[in-house]
Design a binder for this molecule. Structure first.
Ligand SMILES: [Fe+2]
Ligand SMILES: [Fe+2]
Length: 255
């Protein structure tokens, strides 16, 4: 595991004014772990976009799209710094470990354009769309508090990341063959998304109000938000693109 130390970066970040809840030792440890986990994941996301940028270049994406992806690398690093600042404000050390970041699949069985589109579908249309919904739900629960403000800043960028994916695929003029390829790809990508998200969302609700105010998420609510996003946003958006999205991914199958 690679160490991640954002101590210097956190010191330069200014958090919005407001009151942070004072927590007892146990809840504080949980709040610190939540923000440390966010910091680590956000920084790891920047590496995912770095990989996607390389594939966009190989696929002959427009200079504009390449610049947008480069911007997303910076935005994810900025999110990590904001989380590091929250960690510091709560009395923690903005130090952690990068989760293992596997390089994006090369998809050597297909064209560079489709390889890029498969990963764009997975990263932006699936993962980032879920991130938008989850962060938005957490932010709403924290309205007016410092942690909510930080999540709001992050959310604005995540919306852009998800939209980039949907917009790019919509404008790509996908052929029937390409749509069929992406449809086949979704047969693995969608169940993978479900397995990944369910493995990372705690099924337990946040135990106390003070913890919720510190930005610890409600796992039961998060699971509900996740399934609603799949059913009400992702599947209809896939259909709009011309993908059948007729997958056996329902909350009932995972109840
Ligand atoms: Fe992010
Ligand atoms: Fe993002």
């Amino acid at each position: 595991m690679i160490a991640l130390d954002l101590t210097r970066e956190a010191a330069r970040e200014v958090l919005p004014p407001g009151v942070l809840p004072s927590l007892e030792l146990g809840p504080l440890a949980l709040a610190l772990a939540t923000w440390r986990g966010r910091m680590e994941n956000e920084h790891a996301s920047s590496l995912v976009f770095a990989g996607l940028l390389g594939q966009a270049v190989e696929a002959g994406a427009s200079a504009r799209d390449q610049a947008d992806l480069a911007q997303m690398i910076l935005e994810e690093q900025h999110h990590a710094r904001r989380c590091a600042a929250m960690l510091k404000a709560l009395g923690g050390e903005p130090v952690g470990r990068l989760p293992p970041v596997r390089p994006l699949p090369r998809h050597e069985d297909t064209t560079r354009r489709l390889a890029y589109f498969r990963n764009l579908l997975s990263v932006c249309c699936l993962s980032e769309t879920v991130a938008v919904a989850l962060i938005d739900a957490e932010r709403l629960a924290l309205e007016g508090a410092v942690p909510g403000q930080v999540l709001k800043e992050i959310l604005a960028d995540e919306v852009g990341h998800a939209r980039f994916g949907w917009r790019t695929l919509e404008a790509a003029g996908l052929t029937a063959e390409e749509l069929a390829d992406l449809d086949r790809y979704l047969q693995t990508a969608l169940p993978h998304l479900v397995a990944h998200e369910l493995a990372h969302l705690s099924p337990l609700p946040v135990p106390t109000e003070a913890l919720a105010e510190a930005g610890v998420c409600d796992g039961a609510l998060a699971r509900d938000v996740f399934w609603s996003t799949v059913e009400e946003v992702i599947v209809p958006s896939l259909k709009k693109l011309g993908l059948s999205a007729n997958r056996n991914v329902s909350r009932h199958a995972h109840a």
